[in-house]
Write a protein that binds this ligand. Structure first.
Ligand SMILES: [Zn+2]
Length: 348
């Protein structure tokens, strides 16, 4: 049989027995094929992008040896980034052992191997940047680690999750924690909620390296909805905090390369343009415009959905000329960023 766009939902509904065939015909939604005016060339959410914008050279990093599946990058005295070019973590070697910061499960088994390329000293400490499993749920691959350090909010999240892949921290702190091991130092500090409560800054002062995870994406568009920021105004404020810290190298937890202060500046400039574009779209778009009067009078959800869609369209159109070639994967997540921005401007 031939499936048409009408027969697919009909088949689904009939199959689950929710609604009879003739009743469905009367309630069939109308107008799903009418496009909005001024649709951007960037495909909206829920539409498969067949051909993506090219990745700019400045977003690329050194390649990973496919046989190893990871690469090491020395950031200074005893400090290394380890990455599979999608996730990033670090380790710091001192006189009697090694401190690991984060253990992404995607390459956690390689962290021990990577450390062995540098030293045979044992792992004595593990620091969690935050509670999310995609950054720390490889912890058990490191073996028994005597000391696990995290923010107290991270401990609360992990206690609730009760996840054997994310052992509870043995040491927690609220504002600051200075980890002194032999002659090496890591300064841990908390700057409030942005990505999520408990997400900390990890500064290696001697190596001029700052690690902050899921905030800055060097060369790239942030992951969708500001990397699913728990608190969008907090996320924006924390970008400025990052910029105030003196560092040379930034370990952002994602993408293929180390970041620099210039990457933070670029992301801040993008966020400022995004905020301005969404604010302008909210101010100049009228709810209900072009909608069927019956819908306007009886379905506020539909009115708002249509309004927000048109706000997002204007936001994407505003940003595309200046930003589509400056940040990798602009086309993948710009709609998500515009929807997230307009929501935050309306309700936060
Ligand atoms: Zn996260």
């Amino acid at each position: 049989m031939t499936l048409t766009s009408h027969s697919i939902p009909l088949l689904i509904l009939t199959a689950v027995g929710v609604i009879a065939e003739n009743a469905y015909a009367e309630d069939e939604p109308h107008g799903t094929a009418a496009p909005y005016a001024h649709m951007p060339g960037i495909a909206p959410i829920g539409v498969r992008i067949q051909s993506h914008l090219p990745i700019p050279e400045q977003a690329k990093g050194p390649r990973v040896d496919p046989a190893k599946g990871y690469r090491l990058e020395k950031l200074g005295d005893g400090l290394y980034m380890i990455t599979d070019n999608v996730y990033q973590s670090m380790f710091l070697v001192y006189e009697d052992g090694v401190v690991v910061v984060d253990a992404p499960p995607s390459y956690a088994k390689s962290i021990v191997d990577g450390i062995l390329q540098v030293t045979e000293l044992p792992i004595t400490h593990l620091v969690y940047s935050h509670s999310h499993s995609d950054h720390i749920a490889g912890a058990n691959a490191l073996g028994e680690v005597p000391t696990i350090i995290a923010h107290e909010e991270t401990k609360d999240f992990l206690a609730r999750a009760n996840d054997p892949a994310r052992p509870l921290p043995t040491v927690t702190f609220r504002d600051q924690y200075s980890l002194k091991v032999g002659s090496q130092v890591l300064e841990l500090s908390y700057h409030g909620d942005g990505h999520e409560p408990g997400n900390i800054f990890i500064l290696a002062p001697a190596q001029q390296t700052l690690m902050v995870v899921d905030m800055v994406f060097p060369g790239w568009m942030p992951w969708r909805r500001f990397a699913v920021a728990h608190d969008v105004p907090g996320y924006f404020a924390q970008m400025e905090e990052i910029r105030r810290i003196s560092f040379k190298s930034l370990v952002g937890g994602h993408v293929a390369r180390i970041g620099t202060p210039a990457d933070v500046d670029l992301q801040i400039a993008f966020l400022a343009d995004l905020k301005a574009a969404a604010a302008s779209a909210l101010a100049t778009t009228k709810p209900g415009e072009g909608l069927d009067p019956k819908t306007v009078s009886e379905n506020p959800w539909a009115v708002f959905d249509d309004y927000i869609d048109r706000v997002a369209i204007q936001c994407v159109n505003d940003l595309t000329p200046a930003w589509s070639t400056r940040l990798a994967a602009f086309d993948v997540y710009i709609w998500d960023q515009c929807y997230s921005m307009e929501q935050s401007l309306r309700i936060d």
